[in-house]
Design a protein around this ligand. Structure first.
Ligand SMILES: Cc1cc2nc3c(=O)[nH]c(=O)nc-3n(C[C@H](O)[C@H](O)[C@H](O)COP(=O)(O)OP(=O)(O)OC[C@H]3O[C@@H](n4cnc5c(N)ncnc54)[C@H](O)[C@@H]3O)c2cc1C
Length: 466
């Protein structure tokens, strides 16, 4: 083997995954087709859940230091943003930060961790057999992960179906300079960007084949506004549709998919970067366990079951957001806006739009609200030293956090920590996976959920009782 894992694609999914694998001590070659990052920027935000995830590796501050904290999120089509400033979250804001900067920060981190990043070297073909994969006839690895975007070569070569719905409408996008205020002007959406404006307008020509030019964009904008606004100095002109698709399988043998390679959806709601990061955080430790040979037989398959379900939720609400923005659903939008102001509804939508609602199916007895969810970042003391759940996960290992009810002997692959709560003890003990999600817990009164700790240690960490 030349390496444990080959990743194709150095976007948010591939870079986050590379960092996760390197943190777990797994060797990785990251192939990126483009010699350089493109000059334009697609996404502009990290949501609360992405920041939670990076916080559990000690790198959230690298992004937060550069971004703009906006104490709200939005649900596409609704006129007002949803307030998230008072929901008690660790990161009660959306971070305005360019996707290109997010990628640069992640790439620096991957390089620090020793990832072999090969720019200008795209994957063109691969084969897999019982023991591994061979990429482009040369690189031999135990696993291959396609993080190579929506047109994923890995997905196609692996023969993984990509069912869903095709484009039924298109919008044009121009990053330009213009004398027009940000906001929604009839059918023209103007979004402020650092030093320029992002202008988005429906493309009336569904069958267009020629590339978007400044002239085409300008005349379409003028038509929609009913007046002329001069657009100038284009940085990026493009056109995209509302196709929604999801890979039928996120795993085929030794080949896996993450990010846009596994799902596409309308950009409404600004989800894709964040979904890619969430996929990678879920996959990283499981793939590392498979490489290192301690995964239970079904562990890697839980990547598909957990992330396919989470992705389907995002496809659902991004389609809803795209529809809510349509001309023909004005009354529905108005009613929806009223509903979003009701107690609990705005919070529900905000949790949906930020990934905070994500809950993995941990077991049929999963009744405690924390089970399957990201463990709250509670403050604790270990050996008298104050710390927090997020900090305990920086090394990417699982944690059995015991407030004095389990008294478990030390274990190989996870940190067994006897903790004192710095506030009220919220549970008796909990088993936290490396991605921060609660896999088992026992309540303060000693009631274990969802079942014996031994079963959870075996399922998630391949630890079989002596
Ligand atoms: C107009 C627009 C606006 C958006 N705005 C937002 C937003 O505000 N917030 C948000 O969260 N998301 C946004 N998105 C979505 C977001 O950009 C994507 O979902 C995100 O980039 C997906 O990350 P990824 O790593 O899966 O794929 P990508 O970022 O597409 O990365 C794939 C990488 O793989 C490389 N590659 C491709 N083929 C190969 C190959 N054969 N071998 C090696 N490398 C290869 C590519 O060069 C690329 O670097 C937007 C998208 C668009 C189009």
């Amino acid at each position: 083997m030349h390496t444990d894992v080959v990743i194709a694609g150095a976007g948010p999914a591939g870079l986050t995954l590379a960092c996760e694998l390197a943190t777990a001590g797994v060797s990785t070659i990251l192939l990126e087709r483009e010699p350089q990052r493109p000059g334009f920027c697609r996404g502009f935000n990290l949501n609360a859940r992405s920041l939670d995830a990076f916080d559990r590796r000690g790198i959230a501050d690298r992004f937060i230091a550069e971004g703009l904290k906006v104490p709200s999120t939005f649900f596409g089509g609704l006129p007002a943003p949803l307030d998230i400033g008072n929901l008690g979250w660790d990161h009660p804001y959306t971070l305005g930060i360019a996707q290109t900067r997010v990628e640069e920060i992640l790439e620096d981190r991957a390089a620090e961790l020793g990832v072999d990043i090969r720019r200008g070297q795209g994957l063109t073909t691969f084969t897999q057999d019982e023991d591994g994969v061979t990429v482009d006839g040369g690189i031999r690895a135990k696993y291959l992960v396609g993080c190579d975007g929506s047109r994923s070569a890995v997905r196609k070569i692996a023969g993984i179906d990509f069912p869903g719905t095709p484009n039924t409408r298109y919008v044009m996008l121009g990053d330009v300079e213009a004398d027009i205020a940000p906001g929604l002007h009839g059918g023209v959406f103007v979004i402020p960007r650092p030093g320029y404006l992002r202008v988005v307008v429906a493309d009336p020509d569904f069958d267009r084949t020629e590339p978007i030019t400044l002239e085409i964009l300008n005349s379409t904008v003028d038509e929609a506004l009913g007046r002329h606004v001069e657009l100038a100095n284009p940085r990026w002109l493009t056109r995209f549709g509302n196709a929604t698709r999801q890979a039928a399988r996120y795993r085929s043998g030794r080949v896996l998919l993450a990010g846009d390679a596994a799902h596409i959806h309308p950009p409404a709601g600004a989800q894709g970067v964040n979904l890619a990061i969430a996929d990678a955080m879920n996959l990283g430790w499981k793939l590392a366990a498979a490489v290192q040979g301690w995964a239970s037989p079904e562990l890697l398959d839980t990547y598909h079951s957990e992330r396919h379900a989470a992705g389907a939720r995002v496809l659902l609400h991004t389609q809803a957001q795209a529809l809510l923005g349509g001309d023909e659903v004005g009354p529905l939008r108005e009613l929806f806006a009223e509903l979003s102001e009701l107690d609990g509804v705005g919070k529900y939508l905000a949790e949906l739009a930020t990934g905070v609602e994500t809950r993995y199916e941990i077991g049929e007895f999963a009744t405690h609200p924390w089970l399957g969810r990201m463990a709250p970042n509670i403050a604790v003391a270990i050996d008298g030293r104050p710390t927090s759940v997020a900090k305990l996960l920086h090394g990417g290992r699982g944690v059995l956090l015991d407030f004095g009810v389990v008294d478990h002997p030390p274990l190989d692959r996870i940190d067994v920590l006897r903790a004192e709560p710095l506030d009220e003890a919220p549970v008796g003990a909990m088993l936290i996976r490396p991605d921060g999600y609660v896999a088992w817990l026992v309540t303060g009164d000693g009631r274990a959920e969802p079942g014996p700790l031994a079963a959870a240690l075996s399922r998630w960490f391949g630890l079989v009782p002596a």
